[in-house]
Design a binder for this molecule. Structure first.
Ligand code: URA
Length: 196
């Protein structure tokens, strides 16, 4: 089963202007891990797939390190259209797209959502989040009347600007894979859940 598509949404006039296409989530509709980004950038807008630019390369590397392939996980964004000049999505745009995200989460019903950066973390946790400090925190969240478990992460792009964030990002993805019970468990198959 494929996830719910956002067909011809025109709720955000500025985004309808700036997008060349709507970028929906990709990956299995029954994935255990779901990665939530902010909004498509130029590469994503061109190719119609989330996280295919430089941030996507970092995400792919971290997944590989955790024993996962891109095709094993669901990857989506809070907002599905590219904002002009790569600005952050406005509150109203996040609100307009929230229903799409809620439906996608309800279908996929992942074991764990990984919020990639400040915008998705604050959107899902519904409070301000200092992501560098909170990276790796596991929280219970609600969206569309349903509860989910989430882990806060820095955005993969942060590793490109600040090399010290690489360890934080890769460590969070590895931890997320362990919590969700997917990927390469190099501990002889024992669960590490107790430590969380
Ligand atoms: N950054 C995001 O938040 N989402 C993408 O799809 C690409 C880069």
């Amino acid at each position: 089963m494929e996830g719910p598509d956002v067909i011809a949404c025109e709720q955000c006039p500025e985004l309808v202007e700036s997008r060349s296409q709507i970028v929906d989530g990709v990956g299995p509709a029954d994935a255990d891990l779901l990665f939530l980004g902010e909004a498509p950038g130029a590469n994503e807008d061109e190719q119609g797939e989330p996280f295919v630019g430089r941030s996507g390369t970092v995400l792919d590397e971290a997944l590989q390190d955790a024993g996962l392939a891109r095709d094993d996980v669901r990857i989506t964004n809070c907002v599905r259209c590219r904002p002009p000049d790569n600005r952050d999505p406005h509150k109203g745009e996040l609100a307009n797209c929230r229903g799409h995200l809620g439906r996608e989460l309800a279908v996929v019903d992942p074991e764990l959502v990984v919020t990639l950066g400040k915008v998705p973390s604050e959107h899902l946790l519904d409070r301000s989040v200092a992501v560098t400090k909170a990276a790796g925190d596991v929280v219970d969240v609600r969206l569309g009347g349903q509860g989910y478990r989430a882990v806060v992460s820095v955005h993969p792009a942060a590793t490109l600007y600040d090399g010290s964030q690489r360890e934080t990002f890769f460590g969070t993805i590895e931890r997320a894979a362990e919590i969700a019970g997917v990927g390469g468990q190099d501990d002889g198959g024992q669960s590490n859940l107790g430590q969380f």
